[in-house]
Design a protein around this ligand. Structure first.
Ligand SMILES: Cc1cc2nc3c(=O)[nH]c(=O)nc-3n(C[C@H](O)[C@H](O)[C@H](O)COP(=O)(O)O)c2cc1C
Length: 221
């Protein structure tokens, strides 16, 4: 029992350490079968009371992905112009030059997965939490996002294990959430958590450094 588990752990850790956020993709398309397989892995993420507060939209049309890029730039330029008017020229320039390319790094990808968080509903909430007014609505919105994030991580690791590459992104959501919602006809109940670019990698960036374990871990014994 111990031996196979150790082997599985080593492979798992390699997958974990080798994943990168990829922003350049080859022309090779991604199949619907690949997408269904990684969504199959996503849906086995844990969720609060197994509420499964996630849904995914896979945009597989490059023209539509370009439209989403254009929508993001449009909103970015609008915000930069507003900042300029308020005398924040340096920030406006940085928004366009630095944040712009970062927020649109999905433009090259053959697939853009929009990760949604659906409302957190459960018998616990209905029968106990809401009657006692346990927490306010903003907390429940966060609850849905938490599980959606875990599913998104499953999705990215599964993609990497299948030789695909991803980049999780909130840039377009921060800038153009309302326009994105309109463009993709997303129901008002759902929150747009993040978008994930998906494709075959055309770059292999170095692993970025992480904080040391001792700087992020407190052991209470
Ligand atoms: C919540 C979140 C939002 C992110 N937003 C963006 C983004 O808008 N644009 C982008 O290019 N990368 C984005 N990233 C990717 C990060 O830049 C990347 O994960 C980080 O630099 C570490 O690099 P690695 O994923 O290759 O390990 C985001 C990642 C997360 C988790």
């Amino acid at each position: 029992m111990t031996q196979p588990l150790t082997l599985a752990y080593d492979e798992f850790k390699t997958i974990l350490l080798d994943r990168r956020s990829i922003r350049k993709y080859t022309e090779q398309p991604v199949s619907v079968e690949d997408i269904r397989e990684i969504i199959d892995c996503a849906r086995y993420a844990p969720s609060d009371t197994n509420s499964q507060t996630w849904e995914f939209i896979a945009v597989m049309n490059r023209d539509k992905i370009k439209d989403i890029e254009a929508i993001t730039w449009e909103q970015l330029h609008r915000r930069a112009a507003e900042a300029e008017q308020r005398g924040l020229s340096k920030e406006a320039r940085l928004l366009t030059k630095s944040f712009g390319p970062y927020a649109t790094a999905f433009s090259d990808a053959p697939v853009l997965i929009v990760c949604l968080a659906t409302p957190y509903n459960s018998k616990f909430r209905e029968r106990i939490f809401d009657p006692v007014e346990l927490v306010d609505d903003a907390v429940w919105a966060e609850e849905g996002i938490k599980s959606s994030c875990l599913a998104s991580q499953n999705l990215m690791l599964a993609a990497h294990a299948r030789g695909l590459a991803t980049c999780p992104m909130t840039g377009p959501v921060l800038l153009a959430q309302d326009r994105l919602r309109e463009y993709l006809n997303i129901c008002p109940d759902c929150q747009i958590n993040m978008v994930i670019a998906l494709g075959h990698p055309a770059e292999r960036p170095a692993r970025l450094a992480r904080k040391e374990i001792d700087d992020i871990l407190t052991i209470v014994d």
